[in-house]
Write a protein that binds this ligand. Structure first.
Ligand SMILES: C[S@@+](CC[C@H](N)C(=O)[O-])C[C@H]1O[C@@H](n2cnc3c(N)ncnc32)[C@H](O)[C@@H]1O
Ligand code: SF4
Length: 445
């Protein structure tokens, strides 16, 4: 019960934003993935995979114009043209070796995600070369979704057309905020005029789906500025809007500043304020015809707009990883590639693959993984857990679910769990109550 109480914040020290990871991206936490376990992933690739399980691909493109002060991803801002070309060659070489693995068998890629860093930092010709290399090396077929992350200031009209012509059908734009002083104060590379410029081009280019990212709680955020950013988002009317609540992991520039000044709380809004801002954004979007589909996203037309990468990954799909620090999942084995570009390129040059750590997970951990990730959707059906894992989740976690229900965070019966808006807005905090004891109170990343 202590675990549950802690998740509720009953034992937590206040509500300020302290350093550390908030967002639960995976389970078990990355910190328990093990270098000694790396061979389990490469051995699994050498055996046939399950033809019935959907297969996806994540490609990490780690270059950015500037490093944002809040960013915790593996990114490089100092690489020259030749270094970027060498990286792209390594990615295609890794894909070529991956493409020969028996794990892929006769399967085809169902979804592909280009994340970063900033995939749109690459030039059109680099992107064309990269797609050519990857689609030759891997069973590309016709993925249902090809998602691609962009930073507004890196786009041109012709680059957008090139990205569209390569088959990208979910374009995600890191807007974060519309206020220039806030963008500058957080060391973002783009300004609002670049957002509006891209928006005009997007209207002329025609993508199946455009998503816009916002962050609630950037340094310098105020009620007035946030409401203006939300209003601008509503006015632009993207197909999907993702609202992240600002977290300050240990590898951010903001945390470095906190350490130097001895501050224990980050110079950003506290959690209740960030939750309120997210709630207000969702309410404004709902008032304009959007529906909230997860703790972070609202979509304009839920009958048309899907996010295959998220839904498949959270449902236990296999996912191949390409590129530095990229992570994947192979039939119950988590794995991550070399976290530094030099080691990544060297590993690929040696043997073609670059796995640096992995974790084969038990059936129970696999069940918990699916449970916690699906809870982030805000609604969960319990029958699939009986069918797949022979577990009644409402019995297994009866105490925690009842306590959360008593606090107005969710409602549940034998068939389903539905988070309230209150619960959904702080779901990542609650999820620790469902972790195995050995995975609580440890550093997450
Ligand atoms: C890889 S970036 C997207 C593409 C591109 N690099 C950009 O920033 O425009 C992924 C998203 O993560 C979010 N993000 C990054 N750091 C964050 C943090 N510390 N807290 C919350 N969200 C964060 C931002 O919304 C960002 O758009
Ligand atoms: S542009 Fe995106 S990936 Fe690059 S530093 Fe900023 S948030 Fe991180």
């Amino acid at each position: 019960m202590e675990q549950v109480a802690e998740s509720l914040g009953v034992l937590a020290d206040g509500t300020a934003t302290h350093a550390g990871n908030y967002f639960v991206a995976n389970y078990p936490p990355f910190s328990v993935w093990d270098r000694n376990g790396a061979s389990s992933a490469t051995s699994r690739l050498a055996k046939p995979g399950d033809a019935e399980t959907p297969l996806g691909l994540y490609v990490h493109l780690p270059f950015c114009r500037k490093r944002c002060d809040f960013c915790y991803f593996r990114v490089y801002t100092d690489k020259n043209h030749n270094e970027i070309e060498a990286y792209l060659d390594a990615v295609v070489r890794e894909a070529t070796v991956l493409g020969r693995q028996p794990f892929l068998g006769n399967r085809q890629l169902e979804f592909v995600y280009f994340g970063g860093g900033t995939p749109s930092y690459l030039s059109s010709s680099q992107l064309v070369q990269l797609f050519k290399g990857l689609s030759t090396a891997l069973p590309w077929g016709a993925p249902v979704e090809i998602a691609f992350e962009c930073e507004p200031g890196t786009l041109t009209r012709s680059k957008l057309e090139a990205i569209r012509d390569l088959g990208v059908n979910r374009l995600s734009l890191g807007v974060e905020n519309f206020d220039d002083a806030i963008l500058e104060g957080n060391n973002r590379a783009h300004r609002s005029k670049e957002i509006y410029r891209v928006w005009e081009w997007l209207g002329q280019t025609g993508f199946e789906q455009v998503n816009l990212d916002l962050i609630a709680g950037m340094i310098g955020e105020t009620d007035g500025k946030w409401h203006r950013s939300v209003a601008e988002t509503v006015r632009l009317a993207p197909d999907a809007v993702t609202v992240y609540q600002m977290e300050i992991p240990f590898n951010t520039t903001i945390y470095k500043g906190m350490r130097e000044s001895g501050a224990s709380a980050a110079p950003v809004a506290d959690w209740p304020t960030k939750q309120r801002w997210t709630r207000e954004a969702f309410e404004a979007l709902e008032g304009n015809g959007y529906s909230v589909g997860s703790a972070y996203t609202a979509v304009r037309d839920s009958s048309r707009i899907r996010f295959v990468y998220r839904d498949q990954l959270w449902d236990g799909a296999d996912m191949l990883a390409l590129g530095v620090s990229s992570f994947g999942y192979l039939d119950g084995i988590h794995y991550q590639n070399e976290p530094h570009i030099e080691q990544y390129i060297a590993a690929v040059a040696r043997g073609g693959l670059a796995v640096s750590r992995a974790l084969p997970i038990s059936r129970e951990e696999s069940m918990i993984r699916q449970f916690v990730l699906k809870m982030k959707l805000g609604r969960l059906e319990t029958q699939p857990f009986r069918d797949r894992f022979d577990v009644d989740v409402t019995e297994r976690w009866g105490d925690a679910l009842r306590l959360f229900q008593d606090h107005g965070l969710l409602k549940f019966n034998r068939d389903r769990i539905d988070l309230t808006r209150e619960g959904l807005l702080q779901v990542d905090r609650l999820l620790h109550a469902f972790f195995l004891p050995e995975h609580t109170n440890i550093r997450y990343a």
